[in-house]
Design a protein around this ligand. Structure first.
Ligand SMILES: Cc1cc2nc3c(=O)[nH]c(=O)nc-3n(C[C@H](O)[C@H](O)[C@H](O)COP(=O)(O)OP(=O)(O)OC[C@H]3O[C@@H](n4cnc5c(N)ncnc54)[C@H](O)[C@@H]3O)c2cc1C
Length: 365
């Protein structure tokens, strides 16, 4: 009887696994992709879409078509519970999928559970992005919560969009720490100065604690008025792992070994934001790592199914980041090095469009 491999989520690493399956098949393995949207949206292009440089089709891969090209089943559903002992996955509509091997690449969540009924918007899962940003960028005083790369980049992109179209008002950004707090202090200082030049109103070292319809409340007792809130205040895990009794870090990300296998289960694999590497717990939740894990995940799924030895994924020490700052300029950081120019944006545009081309060539889009 053939074995069944479930791929849960169409994140970056799974895109690479599926692309490989268009060229090479597993023998006697039925593969099934379970994901809630027919499209995978690429966050590297979110800023460009927001500003108006790319259209919606540029930013997404048609995963239903990709799955078809790879000869695998496509199931448009959201996974909810893992019954690891029975080797079954339960979806939100209560349908049950048995498996022999399973792999997760479901990304992260950003909105804390207590804010789910508030007006705060989230762009995770990533198919939420287009609708949320289309609405937010038209309003006069959108407020972004979170001074990490995503919050700073989107603040500048919305501001640029508004300026280009003479939409009155000003983007607001609140950061519980300094902006880009994972980077050295001088990188934060440069970015702070850029945000100020763009006319973005910034609150640093101040935490948003509650969201009301027309203002947010901060830990310093301030009320900051807004016309819409986008919450990018740090990644947390999808509740599926904790609720299934999987070993997780304190934010709910499943622990994996260097082979990308879950801590206590050889037949469960995971990559991207949804997992934390036991040996590298500080690794940023960033697409860079999800992309780099793709080829190792592919090899290891293949080797595991064929009873071969597995490879180890060793993350790079430093990663290159380029934030789009508007008007086709990029803010490049690599450790303590920074560089702000059109050239940096061109490099980002090339990296992002080359990434998408790999998959669009297969889907013919
Ligand atoms: C505005 C913004 C800009 C960013 N820019 C960059 C950048 O330039 N460079 C960079 O390295 N990082 C960037 N990031 C971070 C980056 O988005 C994430 O680190 C990256 O998307 C993680 O990839 P992933 O493969 O883990 O998951 P994702 O890309 O989030 O994909 C998860 C997939 O799983 C599906 N899914 C979700 N839940 C379930 C479920 N329960 N069941 C089944 N399927 C599910 C989703 O629909 C999606 O297909 C940015 C983030 C934001 C918000």
């Amino acid at each position: 009887m053939s074995k069944r491999l479930l791929l849960v989520g169409a994140g970056h690493a799974h895109l690479e696994v599926i692309r490989n399956l268009t060229e090479e098949k597993f023998s006697d393995v039925e593969v099934c992709l379970i994901t809630p949207s027919a499209y995978q949206y690429y966050s590297g292009m979110f800023s460009g879409y927001t500003e108006g440089l790319y259209d919606m089709e540029d930013t997404r891969v048609d995963v239903e078509k990709l799955a078809k090209a790879a000869g695998i089943h496509f199931v448009k559903k959201m996974a909810r519970k893992l019954l690891q002992k029975q080797k079954k996955l339960v979806c939100t509509d209560r349908s049950v999928y048995p498996f022999d091997v399973i792999s997760f690449d479901i990304g992260s969540r950003s909105l804390p559970a207590e804010l789910e009924s508030s007006v705060a918007k989230t762009i995770k899962p990533n198919y939420e992005f287009i609708n949320q940003i289309n609405e937010l960028r038209e309003t006069s005083h959108p407020l972004l919560v979170g001074g990490g790369a995503a919050g700073c980049e989107l603040a500048m992109s919305i501001q640029t969009y508004k300026r280009k179209r003479n939409i009155p008002g000003q983007v607001r950004l609140i950061s519980a720490d300094r902006v880009l707090s994972d980077a050295p202090g001088r990188v934060s200082r440069k970015l702070r100065s850029l945000l100020s030049k763009k006319g973005i109103q910034l609150w640093e070292q101040e935490r948003a604690v509650d969201v009301h319809d027309e203002h947010i409340l901060t830990d310093q007792g301030n009320r900051i008025r807004h016309t819409g809130v986008l919450w990018l205040g740090g990644a947390v895990g999808d509740p599926i792992f904790e609720s299934s009794g999987i070993s997780c870090d304190e934010r709910g990300f499943a622990y994996v070994r260097n082979t990308l296998q879950f801590e206590n289960y050889d037949f469960i694999f995971g990559a991207g934001d949804c997992v934390t590497m036991k040996e590298h717990p500080q690794l940023a939740k960033s697409g860079v790592y999800a992309v780099r894990q793709g080829p190792v995940l592919w090899e290891n799924l293949k080797n595991y199914l064929e009873r071969d030895d597995l490879q180890s994924y060793e993350p790079q020490n430093q990663a290159l980041y380029i934030l789009s700052t508007g008007q086709q300029k990029g803010f490049l950081t690599y450790g303590p090095i920074t560089h702000h120019s059109h050239q940096a944006w061109k490099l980002k545009n090339k990296i992002d469009t080359d990434f998408m081309k790999k998959y669009k060539e297969v889907t013919g889009d």
